[in-house]
Design a binder for this molecule. Structure first.
Ligand SMILES: Nc1nc2c(c(=O)[nH]1)N[C@H]1C(S)=C(S)[C@@H](COP(=O)(O)O)O[C@H]1N2
Ligand SMILES: [Mo]
Length: 161
């Protein structure tokens, strides 16, 4: 086998790294907006965030996208628009096993909180395991992990009646 020069070798190695990089296991999440229409939001078009938090006492690093960015992508009003009646909105997260929880809209808004509720796809540098992922919601400041929805598949924004 002919061995190329170092530049060729490095280029080949870089190419292999790109090819070998695991694709995001789940590239989309279904989001139902206020009008009732559902959209598949492509997660790898959103900025990535890292949160370091305590998962039952263990310092754990999660990476993923911010829930607020997913909602903003389908036009959910946040920021200056989040006033009055809009503050009664809830986000319902649903999982593959039917588990559901809600978050109040202000919990995801940057003007209300520094906490970043994350739609995570990696934990300590590895893709989430099958019983947890491909996507899990992480609520860094919740002391109990009951709203850390494993295998989250769907988000819905609703006005309270
Ligand atoms: N999909 C899904 N996510 C879930 C639950 C569930 O039943 N289904 N239980 C919640 C509760 S009540 C807790 S305490 C934690 C438990 O996480 P663990 O199963 O990783 O210990 O997951 C939360 N996320
Ligand atoms: Mo729980």
């Amino acid at each position: 086998m002919r061995v190329g020069n170092p530049v060729q070798w490095l280029a080949a190695a870089a190419l292999c790294t790109l090819i070998a990089r695991p694709a995001l296991a789940q590239r989309t999440i279904t989001v139902t907006g206020l009008g009732g229409e559902s959209q598949a939001v492509v997660l790898d078009t959103l900025p990535r965030h890292t949160v370091v938090t305590s998962d039952r006492g263990l310092r754990t690093t999660f990476v993923g996208v911010a829930l607020r960015d997913v909602l903003a992508r389908v036009g959910v009003p946040l920021g200056e628009a989040l006033r009055g009646k809009a503050l009664s909105r809830v986000i319902i997260a649903s999982a593959a096993d039917g588990y559901q929880v809600t978050y109040a809209i202000a919990e995801v808004d940057a003007a209300f909180t520094d906490q970043i509720i994350l739609v995570a796809d990696t934990r300590d540098g590895h893709p989430l395991l099958a019983d947890t992922g491909p996507l899990q919601i992480v609520v860094p400041l919740d002391k109990r992990p009951a709203r850390w929805v494993r295998q989250v598949t769907r988000l819905e924004v609703r006005d309270v009646p």
